[in-house]
Design a protein around this ligand. Sequence first.
Ligand code: GLA
Length: 337
Amino acid sequence: MAARYPMNKFLIVLTAGAMALSGCGGGEVASSGGDKPKIGFLVKSATEVWFQQEWKFADDAAKDFGFDLIKIPTPDGEKVLSALDNLAAQGAQGVIICSPDVKLGPAIVAKCKAVNLKLMSVDDRLVNADDEPLTEVPHLGISAYEIGKMVGQAIVDEMKARNWNFAEVGAIAVNFEELETARQRIDGATEVLVANGFDPGHVFKSPWKTQDIPGALDAANITLTQHGDIKKWVAFSSNDDGVLGVVRATEGRNISAANVIGVGINGTSGVDDFKKPQPTGFFGSILLSPRKHGYDTCKTMYEWIKNGTEPPKETWTSGILITRKDYEEKMKEEGLL
Ligand code: GLA
């Protein structure tokens, strides 16, 4: 699969040791000094490992290029708008955002214009009231549909390796319907399953209310209760947390790991399951590049501020499958271990 969807070469950067972080009312500012440009980086969840990794690489960029990075967690719309005011008050020139609600797009654009902040989105693309992407805002995200297909293929390959009769298997798709990148990931995985003979009536989309592991566990438990006759399960979602919720739910019902194949996306929280002595139902994950999402977005924003070089309107990143057999080697190659 890696050959079919080749990775762009990850950017190689020299990173120095951790930088001194100084607390600040409206977020964490990495180093400080004179006339350095200031760039805000707002994320929808500061507790999700993916966003912690993005911030870490953003810190590296701040150090390499010499700008101040202001990191603010913005789990709701109100916090987004107050963070933008806060950035403006601190004299920031640009902001990179993964919004907790992409429908805030027009409000975010209007606010950034009003306070003269250059705006880029990362991960979750901003949309208007009709759910259409705000194509004028430069965006860096994953090739969600292709990555979903990689998830589906990994599941199909493993079902075949275990000699499963597909007719006996159920699929739990923990889905966050409001978000296009999440829908595309689920659609890609579903398409590959069905193209390989999986019964579309056995793909159970399970709505994910809070985008965390407990929320996914709740979603999975509802589906498992409704289909108690099914003994073998596969699981996919928009990221590792979604799949981990399903895996924990199957464990809670004493469904053996041998009867569960979960494949996540991110290569973050799911990796903890690979480290357990016995395999769990978390079989694999598509490892993404938090470096591209954190470092490259900052570099692009910095160059926009410094030289007026406009960022590309769209950048789509790829991923590679990791499993408990090869994750260490592959993560080392990507500078993530
Ligand atoms: C979304 C997901 C994250 C991560 C990013 C990658 O924001 O919620 O977990 O997968 O996409 O772009």
